[in-house]
Design a protein around this ligand. Structure first.
Ligand code: FES
Ligand code: FES
Length: 882
């Protein structure tokens, strides 16, 4: 081991170095955890620090290369005058969603802004110039519009002012690297865990010999993680886990475990699993992994061969639908649009890998977890391990993206807990980027056969659809059934099947099922409109009595992007598509609001995955007290804080906002009573920002220090209309009413088949929007992931070996800043008066129609219809050549 000396954040330090990367040294050796590890190959910018003033990817830089250098990490960027202008700008523009990419983004942007201001003082860079400078920084949350505008504003000198800047409650912590994610958690005596995974797609584990691994010095525990039937069903399935004093020893121990497989017949991919000679992959297994939020509820369905289904809960007059379509087919009716649509699997690619730090002690279990649900996970862990629920605590201070993949007891939480129990010490397991892109879930691939029949009078006469979903070793998809939500009241025969096979299991992904269903349905309707010679929006408007749906049609139909679209097939096109989502909430949500001399605090067992839950809570309480949200302290991310909603199915805001408002209102009223009893005020009256007494306003910051602390807890108030679902399923109650969206996208297509989304306009009709800036960010993110699904994201599993080929960020591509279109967002804040918060959630609604809109735009630009996503240059070129 040698020593190196360098300057770190202004101070000279000398540290021992024994190989490893500069990132390892900075994070683990020096405890500066702002810089993050995502790709590990220099391609995402998350690990950037300034080395001699240049942004440098430290994951690929040897630690020894820091010798003699001047190093500035995100923690050292702020100076005596406060935050760096870039940090202020990112917070003020709400360009920090989950915040996991933010430290690297801040460092890269600060270098650009400082250089820009030296070389071109007073000038404002264009969006393209900023995007070019930030090309090496990926943001899976898709906060790019905010990021680009913030950086341009900082470069133009608009953020040279003073702190604090207004922003989401955790904005500054994220922009300064202070936010602690699960990957940053370090506990005394903590061991490091790794998981041994199957190398076979389907096998019985005849023997798993762990003796040699256990004997390695430094190994503290080895546990088996096998199903009761001792089989594995996909490459990468966990079989055992090891805890050791460091990662290298744990890796060595994994290699020392001897596995004897009895290889069983396998089929990887839906086609292979549906072949006549496919092996029976279901066998006598009673439970299959669910790929949706409904868990086991969706699993209990008939199966034939490796297909699970038919699943047709939302079909309507299915016999009529089939009869009409069969007759139209016999008559070669030109208004029958039919075909088969395909979409590739889409990886979640969460920037923070699935990570757990488990601490099993005689008096209870604490798990630090990158999760979408501290509350539900704590309850499930208690059940799984037979523990008193009161003794189990799940903590997630900040979560670096999830998008659906971090709910339920997904790996590595079980493995970390088992190891901690066996070792008697805390154990941390953080998946590698290869594991993250292989085994933590994905949006399933789909094949949808669809027939849409129109009438000469412009009516929608029938829809028939059959989906086969390829979610590997999982079932539970509802896809074409969602078509009914878009156009209710028409005869529809809708059938979903899952095709079980030996690829890793899928997981829920933002608006599960909807982007695929709408890609087929909305492009077919576009085609029907063309055959009828009708405007695609006017046609739909003629079908629609629902006010919210009509509102988004009317908005889209009069939008300049639509009105002024080119005539088509000239390399530039505009597409439109519409989405619908249900309104859900968690009726068991509880929120506490506290007052003490220092101010107002709101707390609940929810978590912040980047969607703005903390901002929603602060805003709800601040509105009741007539104060700025900055004056409200938010405590979340801990199951000990009471029942909070899982962040999925767009339930978070409709669960939290009305509950927080209810608790805050009751607390405010009690504070007025206290003012009478404790301060002797007579006839105090509530007023904006405080209490009016004797004609004078006494602001809350003056009153609270004079009153005894109070606590009020509320449960979510009820809707004034009965819910649609009789009981909550996995914590989500489906309420009355549907939300609607319109998505307009403009694309250009060059002769090489490269599609670029240049402009997008989105309208969401979901009732009240509680925090517009954060809601805007959700729309940006939905566009980024939806355009990604439409144009470039394609998870590939080798059907021969069962290995995921796209297990690195250079093979699995996501949208970059320069790929993002200009975005306009409109909220139609009507229609949910029966909901106590006045609105539904929006993340699912925001993404549902995006791929379909892009596909319609490509058809408009090229005159060719592509029915397979993603629309890669090769596929577009091939279509144009027809
Ligand atoms: S560039 Fe270093 S983690 Fe991605
Ligand atoms: S804010 Fe960029 S990855 Fe989440």
């Amino acid at each position: 081991m040698s020593e190196i000396t360098f300057r770190l954040n202004g101070a000279e330090i000398t540290v021992p170095v024994a190989g490893g990367s500069a990132l390892d040294l900075i994070r683990d050796g020096l405890g500066l955890t702002g810089a993050k590890l995502v790709c590990g190959t220099g391609g995402c910018g998350a690990c950037a620090v300034l080395v001699d003033g240049n942004p440098t990817e430290t994951c690929i830089l040897p630690a020894a290369a820091l010798a003699g250098r001047e190093v500035v990490t995100v923690e050292g960027l702020a100076g005596p005058a406060g935050l760096h202008p870039v940090q202020r700008a990112l917070v003020a523009h709400d360009a920090v969603q989950c915040g996991f990419c933010t430290p690297g983004m801040v460092v890269g942007a600060a270098a650009f802004v400082d250089r820009w201001r030296r070389e071109r003082p007073g000038e404002r860079p264009t969006t393209a110039e900023v995007a070019g400078a930030m090309d090496g920084h990926l943001c899976r949350c898709g906060a790019y519009p905010g990021i680009l505008s913030a950086i341009a504003a900082a470069a133009a000198g608009e953020f040279d002012g003073e702190d604090p800047v207004p922003g989401r409650p955790d904005g500054v912590a994220k922009a300064t690297g202070a936010a602690r994610f699960t990957v940053d958690v370090r506990l005394d005596g903590m061991l490091h865990g790794r998981i041994l995974r199957s190398t076979e797609a389907h096998a019985e584990i005849v023997a798993l010999e762990t003796g040699a691994a256990s004997a390695i010095p430094g190994v503290r525990a080895v546990v088996e993680i096998l199903r009761p039937d001792r089989t594995v069903s996909y490459v990468g399935e966990p079989m055992a886990a090891v805890a050791a004093v460091d990662e290298a020893t744990a890796e060595r121990a994994l290699r020392a475990i001897a596995v004897r497989y009895r290889v069983l017949p396998s089929a990887v991919g839906a086609s292979a699993a549906m072949a006549d000679d496919a092996p029976d992959l279901v066998g006598r297994r009673l439970m299959l992994t669910s790929s949706n939020e409904a868990g086991a509820f969706a699993v209990a369905l008939p199966r034939s061969g490796n297909r699970r289904g038919p699943w047709s809960p939302l079909s309507f007059r299915r016999v009529a639908a089939r009869r009409r379509i069969a007759a139209a087919r016999r008559a070669s009716d030109p208004l029958l649009v039919e075909g088969t649509w395909f979409t590739a699997a889409q990886s979640h690619a969460s920037p923070e890998p699935h990570t757990a730090v488990a601490d099993w002690r005689p008096d209870g279990l604490t798990v630090y977890l990158s999760t979408q649900s501290v509350t539900a996970t704590a309850a499930k862990l208690a059940r799984r391990f037979g523990l008193d629920p009161a003794s189990v605590r799940v903590v997630a201070e900040h979560v670096g993206g999830a998008f659906g993949s971090k709910q339920n007891l997904t790996e590595p939480v079980i493995e970390a807990v088992e190891l901690s129990r066996a070792a008697g010490a805390p154990v941390r397991i953080s998946l590698s980027s290869s594991e993250e892109l292989s085994v933590t879930g994905y949006r399933p691939a789909s094949e949808i056969r669809l027939s849409v029949l129109g009438g000469a009078d412009g009516s929608l006469r029938a829809v028939e659809a059959v989906a086969h979903m390829d979610g590997g070793d999982s079932v539970g998809q509802t896809v074409v059934n969602l078509m009914r939500l878009s156009y209710p009241g028409r005869p529809m025969a809708l059938v979903d099947y899952d095709v079980l096979n030996n690829a890793p299991p899928a997981k829920p992904f933002q608006a599960p099922g909807a982007p695929m269903a709408l890609f087929a349905l909305e492009t077919a309707i576009d085609e029907l409109a063309a055959r009828l010679g009708e405007d695609a929006i006017a046609l739909r408007l003629g079908w629609e009595p629902r006010p919210l749906r009509r509102a988004v049609y009317e908005w889209a139909g009069t939008h300049p992007l639509w009105r002024e679209r080119p005539s088509g097939a000239g390399g530039r096109g505009v597409g439109v598509a519409f989405g619908t989502w249900y309104y859900g909430y968690d009726p068991a949500t509880r929120v506490r609001v506290l007052s003490d001399p220092s101010g107002i605090v709101v707390e609940t067992g929810a978590q912040e995955v980047g969607t703005g839950a903390a901002a929603v809570l602060a805003e709800a309480v601040a509105e009741v007290f007539g104060m700025s949200p900055d004056g409200v302290t938010v405590r979340i991310g801990d199951s000990a804080l009471g029942h909070g909603p899982t962040t999925s199915a767009s339930r978070t805001t409709p669960s939290l906002a009305p509950t927080a408002r209810e608790a805050a209102s009751r607390l405010r009223d009690r504070l007025v009573e206290s003012a009478v009893h404790e301060l002797g005020l007579t006839g105090p009256v509530l007023a904006e920002g405080g209490i009016l007494h004797g004609g004078e306003l006494i602001p809350w910051p003056e009153i609270l220090p004079r009153l005894a602390p109070l606590v009020v807890e509320a449960t979510r108030p009820r809707d004034t209309r009965l819910p649609v679902s009789p009981i909550p399923v996995e914590g989500v109650q489906v309420g009355w009413g549907l939300s609607d969206s319109a998505c307009l996208v403009e694309v250009t297509v060059d002769p090489a088949g490269v599609v670029r989304a240049t402009r997008a306009a989105v309208a969401l009709a979901a009732g009240r929007i509680h925090t517009p800036l954060q809601a805007m960010g959700q729309v940006h993110g939905a566009l980024a992931r939806g355009i990604g699904q439409a144009l470039l994201e394609e998870r590939v599993t080798d059907t021969g070996s069962g290995r995921v080929v796209t297990d690195a960020y250079d093979t699995y591509r996501i949208l970059r800043a320069g790929d993002m279109p200009e975005v306009e967002v409109r909220f139609v804040e009507e229609g949910f008066d029966h909901a106590p918060g006045g609105g539904a959630g929006i993340p699912e609604l925001a993404i549902a129609a995006v791929p379909a809109a892009v596909a319609n735009a490509v058809a408009h630009a090229t005159g060719r219809r592509l029915r397979r996503l993603p629309m890669t240059p090769e596929r577009v070129r091939a279509a144009m050549a027809l």
